[in-house]
Design a protein around this ligand. Structure first.
Ligand code: ADP
Ligand code: MG
Length: 433
């Protein structure tokens, strides 16, 4: 047995070609190592390249530069010792539980009885005993994902890759499955040596992982690495657990702001190249009101206000970030602090709110200002959505462009900056200046 890591990624870079021949840089400077006995978390927001990295590790796609090694050997295609669990379960509806699990072994040379024994053992281990001949449609979401786990474990992989395996499940089911997984892991009952868990949920990362790599976006890269030295089983209410969640939260909010500024300099004079989160003006107003009101009076600890609003802190993220972008709030060491205009907004009536919002939207969101300028300058005071999508695609994926434009549409409507007709996908100006 050599002591090389189970997995080693060195300076991995991944770019996708875009239709116009330019490239979309998705991952840069990725370095990571997985050693025996570890669960490593990849934590980052949607679009930060987590799934892309997992596909590289699984041998399903090739890096543009850098290299990946599995037990010291280059990964050149799907390795038999690496198995994956997907968010979407990825089961075949026309196959039974047993057949779905046994499918994991089809590629290996193994006798029928051996396939049967191994499959039944995996089904049993993951808590599906008695459901061997059920079809996926007869199972709850949690049970379906258990099939997903069994199918991955049946090959006795050294490395288990999990891509947001709990995020399609309801809260309680997800927690049960996490706990069951951690129990099996701590008791050494699963035939695996190391785990990589992709998640966008901070608490899940702190609950399950020994190390968490925090991803930043555009391009996806590792912002920091955080060790979780708490013994299992972990308690979410434990002060040292909360402290870690908050520390990671700060990592994820403070640094991207700096990254955004850097990115702008890459596109001088354009400024529309940053993807926007789709957060409704209702949510923005709601958070400003909550922070402005007692007991917070303008400044709130984010995890605290999240629990006050019965929101997951991860749901609060994009809202807080959007308030920052609009300069209605700043984040100071884990606290969200309203700016003067943020406070004014919270205390104003609807008409005044719209005026304040309009001013900030056109000042701080370059894409909104751009749409407005185009509409102002055209004699028809109208423009197709597709023209903006085309422009945005020079900077981001089509998906991110659609989402950014949806955000601008909803904020623009609220502020009455412009109108948008969903039916014929046209922007127009109701009150040309
Ligand atoms: P995450 O899993 O963190 O949400 P992904 O790895 O799925 O992020 O995606 C990161 C970025 O890479 C996104 O902008 C996505 O649109 C882009 N992307 C992923 N796969 C492809 C592909 N095959 N072709 C082009 N772009 C892709
Ligand atoms: Mg993903």
């Amino acid at each position: 047995m050599n002591n090389s890591p189970l997995l080693q990624c060195t300076d991995v870079r991944k770019a996708f070609p875009k239709p116009d021949g330019a490239e979309l840089l998705v991952l840069e400077g990725m370095n990571l190592e997985l050693r025996e006995g570890q669960i490593v978390g990849l934590l980052g927001r949607s679009g930060s390249g987590k799934s892309t990295l997992l596909r590289l590790i699984a041998g399903l796609s090739e890096p543009s530069a850098g290299n990946l090694r599995y037990m010291g050997k280059p990964i050149l295609g799907p390795a038999p010792g690496i198995a994956m669990v997907f968010q979407s379960f990825a089961l075949f509806p026309w196959l039974t539980v047993f057949e779905n699990v046994a499918l994991g072994l089809e590629a290996q040379r193994m006798s029928r009885p051996e396939i049967r024994t191994r499959s039944l053992a995996a089904i049993d281990l993951i808590g599906l005993d008695g459901f061997e001949s059920a079809y996926p449609r007869e199972l709850s979401g949690g049970m379906r994902q258990r099939v997903g786990f069994a199918r991955a474990l049946v090959v006795h992989p050294n490395i288990l890759l999990m891509d947001e395996p709990f995020s399609a499940l309801d809260v309680l089911t997800a927690e049960t499955l996490r706990t069951d997984f951690l129990d099996l892991w701590s008791e050494g009952r699963m035939p695996i040596k190391g785990v990589i868990l992709v998640t966008h949920n901070i608490e899940e990362a702190v609950l399950m992982c020994d190390r968490v790599l925090v991803f930043g976006s555009n391009p996806g890269r590792i912002l920091s690495e955080i060790k979780v030295n708490l013994p299992q089983p972990r308690n979410r209410l434990d002060p040292s657990f909360r402290e870690l969640v908050e520390r990671i939260y700060v990592e994820m909010t403070v640094r991207p702001a700096a990254g955004t500024a850097g990115r702008k300099e890459n596109f001088p004079g354009l400024g529309i190249g940053s993807a926007l989160p789709h957060v409704s003006s209702n949510l923005l107003a709601g958070l400003m009101e909550a922070v402005a009101a007692p007991p917070f009076n303008g400044k709130a600890d984010l995890p605290e206000i999240a629990s006050d609003l019965t929101m997951e802190i991860d749901e609060l993220f994009p809202v807080a970030e959007t308030l920052q972008m609009l300069r209605f709030a700043e984040v100071e060491g884990g606290d969200l602090k309203l700016t003067e205009d943020g406070l004014a907004f919270a205390h104003a009536a609807l008409d005044e709110r719209k005026r304040i919002f309009l001013r900030h939207l056109l000042t701080y969101v370059p894409l909104a200002a751009h749409v407005r300028r185009v509409l102002d300058e055209r004699a028809s005071h109208s423009a197709r959505k597709s023209r903006f999508i085309d422009e945005l695609e020079d900077f981001m994926s089509e998906e991110a462009a659609e989402q950014s434009l949806r955000a601008v549409v909803s904020w623009g409507r609220y502020a009455e900056a412009f109108a948008y007709d969903d039916e014929n996908a046209m922007f127009s100006l109701e009150n040309p200046t």
